[in-house]
Design a protein around this ligand. Structure first.
Ligand SMILES: *Cc1c(COP(=O)(O)O)cnc(C)c1O
Length: 217
């Protein structure tokens, strides 16, 4: 199947209440256009530099998500480029984004990425540091906290990811009532999005199942 068919199959499967972010990292801009022409409204990229180049020539209107780890020295470029930055995981980064957003008079929508499985190789704030980071983002005038994001461990038996999704859903539900615009629970990728949705994800980030395997150059 081609990109359009793959996209539409997943789009139909998810229904209209879940945001499907088509992850185009390591694919070129033609592939991006193909997905958008098939109905993709949300595009996810991992790296600022790669995204700049592609969005420059895209010539389509789309909601742009940054889903990869961000270094503070790229904060300025990131706020210029992205509608939603999903990977805020430290006060240091939040401060840099707030400053960058202020400098262009933008209120930047962000998610906090939580390392709920405590994987040392992964980014994301640890649970014990979450409250302090939320407080920091709340107090940052040019950031607006829209929800939470997580990347599940890459386990062979995908069912073993379920408790992590459940835990995130619980956190999200606890935080949500007291907040405005706290709407997005971003979890689930190609191998685990079905389970993530069962556990309450309303944003999924899917690359491989739409575009096929990535080739790294
Ligand atoms: C690459 C990536 C995805 C998409 O992964 P697939 O397995 O190709 O669907 C989703 N989220 C993040 C943070 C990623 O880096």
């Amino acid at each position: 199947m081609g990109v359009a068919e793959n996209f539409q199959a997943i789009r139909n499967e998810l229904g209209d209440k879940i945001i499907l972010v088509a992850v185009t990292k390591n694919h070129d801009v033609e592939v991006m256009r193909e997905a958008i022409d098939a109905g993709a409204t949300d595009i996810g990229e991992n790296r600022v530099q790669e995204a700049v180049a592609k969005f420059q020539t895209l010539d389509r209107k789309v909601t742009r998500h940054l889903i990869g780890h961000l270094q503070t020295n790229k904060a300025k470029a990131a706020v210029k480029l992205f509608d939603l930055i999903q990977s805020v995981d430290s006060q240091h980064l939040a401060a840099a984004l707030n400053k960058a957003a202020a400098s262009i008079d933008k209120v930047q929508d962000v998610l906090i990425q939580v390392n709920v499985a405590r994987e040392p190789q992964k980014s994301g704030v640890l649970l014990e540091d979450l409250d302090a980071l939320i407080k920091f983002v709340d107090e940052a005038n040019n950031l607006r906290l829209r929800g939470l994001m997580m990347i599940a461990p890459n386990l062979e038996d995908v069912e073993q990811c379920r408790p992590f999704f459940k835990q995130m859903r619980k956190l999200f539900d606890e935080l949500r009532p007291a907040r405005e615009a706290f709407d997005f629970l971003s979890m689930g990728m190609t191998h685990d999005y079905k389970i993530a949705v069962e556990e309450g994800a309303n944003v999924v980030r899917v690359g491989t199942a739409i575009f096929g395997a990535r080739t790294y150059r």
